[in-house]
Design a protein around this ligand. Structure first.
Ligand SMILES: Nc1ncnc2c1ncn2[C@@H]1O[C@H](COP(=O)(O)OP(=O)(O)OP(=O)(O)O)[C@@H](O)[C@H]1O
Length: 231
């Protein structure tokens, strides 16, 4: 499992994370809820190695990730679907998916069929440019690209943001399938409470850079969660 132990993160003098600890277990969906600006993306940046922590430790299984470069974390199996998708707009859908080959050994450099079963639209648009896809299709592409590298933990930053309800359903189905079929750990950062409650096993709530609640999804106090999600 992924263990985040008491991390701080700063942007210059501004502190974005304060003593944040959490675990994301294999075969479970762990959801981090919080409104804009509370530090959810910063937490994922710390885990993926895109921004250094100023205190605390992060480990995956027995391996410490401290000081490890993002590409080395990807090779360890840490997959990332960033906020805003960050697909390559001028590359085709196929090329975007193939960009997930980077951390793989040569023999594993193929696109698994299950990506096209989960997101058939990607199969029918392989030669289209990423930038020509709708927002929802781009989100599916970003998840597909992360799946290409066969992650052991998949972290997703607000995958429902700006996406229409039918595609949100497909994304929810895909996330559940990945948990159940591969036993990977899923770390889902969200503001959308109902999506989180439907999917999550474990829920953390963040406010102003800190974890203010943690517990099982089925016992989540919805009123309390909503209070933290409202500005
Ligand atoms: N590159 C940066 N430089 C300076 N401050 C930053 C930077 N990125 C984020 N911050 C600040 O750190 C705090 C946490 O931001 P973060 O993006 O982690 O929050 P978030 O919960 O993911 O919100 P959102 O959903 O809006 O992305 C905010 O106050 C934000 O303004």
């Amino acid at each position: 499992m992924l263990t985040v132990d008491n991390i701080n993160l700063h942007y210059g003098a501004a502190q974005a994370l304060r003593g944040v600890s959490l675990t994301a277990e294999m075969g479970k969906i762990t959801c981090v809820l919080g409104r804009n600006g509370v530090g959810k993306s910063s937490l994922l940046r710390a885990i993926t190695g895109q921004h250094p922590v100023s205190a605390g430790r992060i480990s995956f299984g027995d391996a410490s990730l401290d000081g490890m470069a993002p590409y080395a974390r990807a090779k360890k199996g840490i997959g990332y679907v960033p906020q805003g998708r960050e697909i390559f707009p001028l590359l085709t859908v196929q090329e975007n998916l193939e960009s997930g080959f980077a951390p793989l050994d040569r023999k594993d450099r193929f696109i698994p069929d299950e990506i096209f079963s989960l997101f058939p639209v990607l199969g029918s648009m392989l030669t289209r440019r990423g930038g020509d896809l709708s927002g929802g299709q781009q989100q599916q592409l970003a998840i597909g690209r992360a799946m290409v590298m066969r992650p052991r933990i998949l972290s997703l930053d607000e995958p429902t943001e700006g996406i229409q309800p039918s595609i949100i359903k497909d994304i929810g189905r895909a996330i559940r399938y990945l948990r159940d079929s591969t036993g990977m750990a899923i770390l889902l950062v969200e503001q959308y409470l109902d999506f989180c409650r439907e999917l999550a096993d474990q829920v953390y709530i963040m406010d102003r850079g800190e974890i203010v609640h943690q517990g099982l999804a089925e016992t989540l106090d919805t009123a309390e969660a909503r209070r933290h999600l409202t500005v």
